[in-house]
Design a binder for this molecule. Structure first.
Ligand SMILES: C[S@@+](CC[C@H](N)C(=O)[O-])C[C@H]1O[C@@H](n2cnc3c(N)ncnc32)[C@H](O)[C@@H]1O
Length: 459
């Protein structure tokens, strides 16, 4: 059995071209003139009276595409050659774009990407008749190798393993030896990781792996549907030692995750936020923001806008492990964080203690979409960072509660411009105006938009 890992992928390995289509059946090829670009980063055109969505296509371009999927009368295609390129077209830095479904915009000028995302937000706000007083310039950071968390599919095809994101318009796993999105510590070990997974006796019983990194440590969680043999375990231990990446195993749900190697690793991963003198501990299964560079600017900007007065009450809804709560407490706020995940609440309490902030912080395990008994304790300041579904009708309930009659300011962090806009309209109905809004490019080269808005009591 080969227990040596061939090391980092070489330049040739990194640029290896992947065939556009991996199925035996050759997909149909059609020419499309692209007239528009959707919020999802796909071009839009027509072919024989049908709507065509084009990955790797920009408005004004005429492109040759392969039809990869038909759904509800719409053809989903991928451009493989461009007849008339747009002035916004750029050579992709990624050798598996557009086949890989992980990114949508690698072919597009970066400033144009930011403009698209800002337009997406502005259109959503206009749909809900919300007019911000100020629009802040887009905030951006590193454009490549920014992502410290990901879930990758695993498949064994013809004896050789694939580890990667899903292909565009497909559930197949893409052939991925490199990734321009993952932090280098992960991008550089994809090839050897595939090699070791391919050597496991239960390689057919590994549906996915998860990657998670702190500032100085990386972890891989291997989900497995059957028990590992002793040989498998020692292969993975050797990999952990060689790569200096912790290996966790997950035989069942998230609470079954355990550290295989190295056994003497500290219990937690960590990240620092030096703007606030904070250290956060977390486990690879915890929610943390996937782009640590943008997260730091996001927390700094949110707290600058909120500017809580020392000694005043701050509510942090959907607080996770305390990412925003502890920064607010560092500024002197008395913070109550609400969160549905029991492990996140435990971590937030641990992090408060770690940073000497236990006296001025409280964390409560609550399903915010269910509970009518949340006590907002006359808070003047609110931080809100919900999942994609936004706050929805719950926001009216919260804002009409007694606790929020003194609310002066709210900062709202959102990964969904539509639910942000809908919630913004609710804030406005309750007399809190959207005084500033802007996008933070948490996910460059993808169509995802992260928004930060400041709401202030009128008058
Ligand atoms: C976008 S994350 C933000 C976490 C945190 N603010 C941060 O910056 O790391 C959303 C959080 O909402 C929590 N959440 C999801 N549904 C919830 C619910 N119904 N009630 C309370 N919290 C919920 C998730 O567990 C997650 O921690």
């Amino acid at each position: 059995m080969n227990r040596s890992f061939s090391g980092l992928p070489n330049a040739a390995g990194m640029t290896a071209q992947v065939p556009l289509v991996t199925s035996a059946k050759q997909p149909r090829e059609i020419q499309v003139s692209i007239s528009g670009l959707g919020d999802d980063g796909l071009g839009t055109g027509r072919f024989e009276e049908r709507t065509v969505r084009v990955k790797n296509g920009l408005p004004g371009e005429s492109v040759s595409t392969k039809v990869l999927r038909k759904r509800r009368g719409i053809l989903y295609t991928e451009a493989f050659s461009v007849v008339t390129p747009s002035s916004d077209r750029r050579v992709s830095a990624c050798s598996i774009f557009p086949r890989c479904g992980g990114c949508a915009l690698h072919h597009m000028d970066y400033q144009a990407q930011l403009k698209l995302k800002e337009q997406t937000l502005m259109r959503a706000l206009a749909d809900f008749q919300v007019e911000p007083l100020r629009v802040a310039a887009p905030v951006f950071g590193p454009r490549l190798h920014y992502r410290n968390k990901a879930r990758l599919g695993v498949r064994i095809i013809g004896g050789s393993p694939l580890v990667g994101f899903r292909e565009s318009f497909s559930s197949r796993v893409v052939r991925m030896d490199d990734c321009k999105t993952l932090i280098l510590a992960f991008a550089n070990i994809l090839a050897p990781l595939k090699e070791v997974i391919g050597q496991l006796s239960i390689r057919h019983k590994i549906p996915q792996i998860e990657l998670a990194a702190g500032d100085h440590e990386q972890a891989i969680i291997v989900r497995h549907l059957e028990p590992m043999s002793n040989e498998d375990l020692s292969l993975l231990k050797d990999f952990a030692q060689w790569s200096r990446i912790r290996i966790y195993l997950q035989p069942k749900g998230y609470d079954s995750v355990w550290l295989l190697a190295p056994t003497d690793a500290p219990e937690y991963l960590h990240y620092l936020n030096l703007d606030f003198g904070l250290c956060y501990h977390f486990l690879p299964t915890d929610f943390v923001q996937v782009n640590p560079f943008i997260n730091r600017v996001l927390v700094r900007t949110a707290l600058n806008l909120l500017n809580p007065k020392p000694g005043k009450q701050v509510i942090d809804l959907f607080c996770g492990i305390g990412n925003f709560s502890l920064a607010a407490a560092r500024l002197g706020g008395w913070v109550t964080g609400y969160e549905s995940s029991a492990t996140a609440v435990r971590r937030a309490l641990h992090n408060a203690a770690l940073n000497g902030l236990s006296v001025t912080t409280r964390f409560k395990e609550v399903n915010l979409y269910d509970s009518s008994s949340v006590d907002f304790a006359d808070a003047q300041y609110l931080i809100l960072d919900p999942p994609r579904t936004g706050a929805g009708e719950n926001l009216s309930r919260w804002l009409s509660s007694d606790g929020f009659k003194y609310l002066q300011k709210a900062v709202y962090v959102s990964c969904n411009p539509v639910t942000f806009a809908s919630d913004a309209a609710t804030f406005e109905r309750f007399g809190l105006q959207l005084s500033e809004v802007g996008i933070f490019d948490m996910f460059p080269h993808t169509a995802h938009v992260e928004t930060l808005g400041l709401f202030e009591r009128r008058g």
